[in-house]
Design a protein around this ligand. Structure first.
Ligand SMILES: Nc1nc2c(ncn2[C@@H]2O[C@H](COP(=O)(O)OP(=O)(O)OP(=O)(O)O)[C@@H](O)[C@H]2O)c(=O)[nH]1
Ligand SMILES: [Mg+2]
Length: 305
């Protein structure tokens, strides 16, 4: 077969790079990553400080490959767990070619946003702003916010979006693609993330525990996978996981009356892990008290923070 002569060389026009998704807690960063991927890899909840690690997701497009790094929400942290997590989020700047700043248009977080702009003005990466949750905001309020943001920083683009409905997310991706450097893809065509399945399974358990418990519990929670075994020629995966809390009272809340809460968490997590793996899952959950782990450097490291 003869190559057509007039076609431009695709290796010259292909773009690829790393995009750090940064923003205040609860802005919708993880919801947006999942939306762009068309698949859920990053857990979300209406409680701030849901994401605790750098979550990598790859978006494959005809003319580009965008490697997104979802990060924990940036805020002025004082607690040891939170300062470590915020530092990890800011460290992704050193890997990034482009920054995608996500801001909640309905409930702005002034102090965190000022801190972020301060950090971003200390380096030279191109920054795009996604003004999120426009499904909740009236147009005049949105316009005045756009004006405020464009006066505060020299963004490459400001795109109002709804990560939840997907509105305007494609134009946002077009704008990001245009800021990426030319270059070959970093990941093979079918790869979605570099995260081990065990990690995603632990995160799914943490999400369900986050969503199904009340105010103070989520922040005292960590999840580890104790064992992860394939059985029946891959048709069933048997998982043992432990939910760690800081106090006996929290253990009681996570377990619930006659174990009802823990069953609810386990049931919801099992269904989602089954969908992720495409197999049957047997999930057994344990709850363990590790006193004050969120202040203990060794425990933080053990839990991956
Ligand atoms: N109405 C509406 N809600 C949204 C939108 N995007 C995200 N949310 C909600 O906002 C909440 C926070 O979303 P997350 O994606 O967990 O936010 P995050 O920025 O990753 O939060 P952290 O990981 O805690 O920093 C969840 O309840 C989402 O469903 C949106 O476009 N519209
Ligand atoms: Mg998140």
């Amino acid at each position: 077969m003869v190559n057509p002569v007039n076609e431009t060389d695709p290796s010259q026009s292909f773009r690829s790079g790393f995009v750090a998704i940064l923003g205040a807690p609860n802005a919708g960063k993880s919801t947006l990553l999942n939306r762009m991927l068309g698949q859920k890899i990053s857990i979300t909840s209406k409680k701030p400080q849901t994401t605790r690690n750098r979550i990598l997701g790859v978006v494959h497009r005809a003319a580009s490959q965008m490697v997104f790094l979802d990060t924990p929400g940036i805020h002025r942290a004082r607690h040891p767990l939170n300062t470590r997590i915020v530092d990890a989020a800011l460290a992704t700047l050193s890997e990034a070619d482009v920054v995608l700043l996500v801001a909640d248009a309905q409930t702005p977080d002034g102090p965190s946003e000022r801190l972020l702009l301060e950090k971003l003005s200390q380096q030279r990466l191109p920054v795009l702003l996604a003004l999120n949750k426009i499904d909740l905001v009236q147009r005049p309020a949105l316009l005045s916010q756009i004006e405020g943001w464009s006066g505060a920083f020299a963004f490459r683009a400001i795109v109002p979006i709804s990560a939840k409905s997907g509105e305007q997310v494609n134009p946002l991706m077009d704008a990001m693609e245009a800021t990426l450097p030319p270059g070959p893809p970093f990941f093979p065509p079918d790869s979605l993330t570099d995260l081990p399945t065990r990690f995603i399974a632990a995160e799914i358990v943490r999400e369900k525990a986050f969503r199904l418990t009340g105010q103070e519990i989520p922040y005292a929670l960590a999840v580890t996978i104790d064992s992860f075994k394939e059985e029946k020629k891959g048709a069933l995966v048997r998982i043992h996981a432990t939910i760690h809390v800081e106090r006996d009272s929290q253990k009681g809340i996570v377990i619930g009356r006659q174990g009802a809460k823990l069953r609810q968490i386990g049931e919801a997590a099992r269904k989602e892990i089954e969908a992720l793996l495409g197999t049957g899952v047997f999930l057994k959950l344990f709850v363990r008290v590790q006193k004050n782990w969120t202040r203990d450097t060794r425990a933080l490291r053990k839990f991956g923070y």
